[in-house]
Design a protein around this ligand. Structure first.
Ligand code: 5GP
Ligand code: ZN
Length: 115
């Protein structure tokens, strides 16, 4: 079983409150905070509390935790925007993943174009 927390992981530190973030929502298994470099009027990261390297590992180890991430993303999009949103999960460097703790990006609050 994977460790609940990974040493030197940025998002584990944010989950633990050791690094500050602009929290917007939380649930039993996940937290949601504003992306430091927003790409849309609403750009929130939804992060499971337990460490998994990416959403692929999360899906394999804990599909219920992945479902919780999607549910919290949906709640954030309703609370901070109009409930319309794009949900992005980057898995691996080729997809642009830079933080290797599973997360989903919620983009909302404007007409989104392209991918
Ligand atoms: P990835 O490319 O791994 O899917 O996305 C990682 C995201 O984390 C990026 O959009 C980046 O702006 C965001 N990020 C990186 N460091 C921090 C931080 O210290 N605080 C917050 N709130 N977001 C961060
Ligand atoms: Zn982590």
């Amino acid at each position: 079983k994977a460790a609940e927390r990974s040493a030197d992981c940025l998002f584990c530190k944010i989950v633990a409150g050791e690094i500050s973030a602009d929290m917007v929502a939380e649930s039993e298994s996940a937290v949601a905070f504003k992306d430091i470099n927003p790409k849309a009027p609403v750009h929130v990261l939804v992060v499971p509390r337990k460490h998994h390297a990416d959403v692929s590992a999360l899906a394999g180890a804990s599909p219920e935790a992945l479902a919780d991430v999607v549910a919290l993303a949906d709640q954030v999009a309703s609370d901070l925007a109009d409930g319309q949103y794009r949900l992005i999960c980057n898995v691996g460097p080729k997809a642009g993943q830079t933080v290797f703790h599973a997360h989903a990006h919620v983009l909302a609050g404007t007409q989104l174009t392209g991918f």
